[in-house]
Design a protein around this ligand. Structure first.
Ligand code: PLP
Length: 396
């Protein structure tokens, strides 16, 4: 089919989808996607956690439609009537003071880097700001962010890179301590690494890192673009260890999968380093994004989807582990953010994702060896069980 050929070409050249599954989707609802020929697929990926509330969820599409007909963009010369209520609700949800809305996750990561650096110069009094990050991190695709990436294909021949970052092994507190200098302004961490392979730090690591940051006057910056908004069984993954960051970086599910909405949320002491003219974005804080973000927060408060994610995720991982499948090396995850590592003897995870797609379940490999399972949090237990039964079939 001519149109499919074009899709294939576009996918082949797009940087973020280097292993496209040969499936062309036309419409979707809830946890189900339908291809151009009407075949249905269970979505076990949720657009990398942007679709936590499912496809075409009427609660959000109705809000979007109403808001589009009323007001969708003002620019930053004036305020819009949704910005205040959205910012207040998000700051409260995060237990922090100030919200700076942006669009994509990468923009929010960039914004947090700028906030931390300026805070370092103006408040901490450093000479040349340094930021500590972890190997196998993923924060997006901009030139500064890839400057501290450790995934080869994300960085090859894109240099020269932005200086000012030190990379240490994920979960290694001693390595962090050795990397700290008087110029360290921030540590940026994904509380569970998503693109890096669904990596969970050792128990107590986040808490110890928080203590270290407080002792050394370093900002604890949590990149919860993927883990945030209920995916891991808490509203924010840092909450599992009772950690409150100085800055949250948020995105993906905040826009309900309808438009990109991201935000940097921080304490007033940090965020006040942004003054008029310091930072901005044409679409950042637009009324449509704010209306959707506000509805997402109301939904979380009313429905508590993190509890559902926890119960279903615990059940899924226990059940899967009990099968002792031949091709599975390890099952790891929290809530409905789950990685299934395939034993080296049985090849890459991608081939099993492909087999699953043929059977009607969409998953995606991460770091080649791990199959990621992250369905929308609205999934019913029987739907999850159905997907699990097919995973069992391909990995036994
Ligand atoms: C932890 C994390 N941070 C940042 C990003 C970048 O978000 P975006 O793709 O919206 O720029 C991602 C995307 O997957 C992510 O997983």
């Amino acid at each position: 089919m001519e149109s499919q050929k074009h899709v294939a070409l576009t996918e082949a050249y797009s940087a973020h989808n280097y292993h496209p599954l040969p499936v062309v989707i036309e419409r979707a609802e809830g946890v189900w996607m339908y291809d151009v020929e009407g075949k249905k697929y269970l979505d076990f990926l949720s657009s990398y956690s942007a679709l936590n509330w499912g496809h075409s969820n009427k609660r959000f599409t109705e809000v979007a439609k109403k808001q589009i007909d009323k007001l969708h963009l003002t620019g930053r010369a004036v305020f819009n009537d949704k910005l205040g209520s959205f910012s207040k609700a998000l700051a409260e949800l995060c237990k922090l003071d100030v919200v700076l809305p942006m669009n994509t996750g990468a923009e929010a990561v960039e914004t947090a880097i700028k906030a931390a650096r300026r805070w370092g110069y103006e408040k901490k009094g450093v000479e040349s700001a340094e930021i500590i990050v972890f190997d196998r991190n993923f924060g997006g695709r901009t030139t500064t962010i890839i400057s501290f990436a450790t995934l080869g294909e994300a960085t090859n021949n894109f240099g020269p890179f932005t200086p000012g970052f030190k990379v240490v092994p994920f979960g290694d507190l001693d390595a962090v301590k050795s990397a700290v200098t008087k110029n360290t302004v921030a540590i940026i961490i994904e509380p569970i690494q998503g693109e890096g392979g669904i990596n969970i730090p050792p128990d107590g690591f986040l808490k110890q890192l928080r203590e270290l940051c407080t002792e050394e006057n370093i900002l604890f910056v949590a990149d919860e673009v993927q883990t945030g908004f209920c995916r891991t069984g808490e509203v924010f993954a840092c909450e599992a260890e009772g950690v409150l960051p100085d800055i949250y970086i948020l995105g993906k599910a905040l826009g309900a999968g309808i438009i990109p909405v991201s935000a940097v949320v921080g304490s007033a002491d940090v965020m006040e380093v942004f003054r008029p003219g310091s930072h901005g974005s044409t679409y950042g804080g637009n009324p449509l994004g704010c209306a959707l973000g506000l509805e997402v927060i109301n939904y979380i408060k009313e429905e508590r989807p993190h509890q559902r994610a926890k119960e279903l995720g615990d059940w899924f991982m226990k059940e899967l582990s009990s099968y002792n499948l031949k091709k599975v090396k390890e099952v790891r995850g929290r809530g409905l953010m789950i990685g299934i590592e395939v034993s080296k003897d049985f090849g890459d995870a991608y081939q099993y994702c492909l087999e699953l797609a043929k059977l009607g379940v969409i998953t995606k490999d991460t770091r080649k060896s791990t199959m990621r399972v992250a369905p929308p949090l609205i999934i019913e237990k029987d739907e999850l069980a159905y997907g699990l039964s097919l995973i069992k079939k391909v990995l036994q």
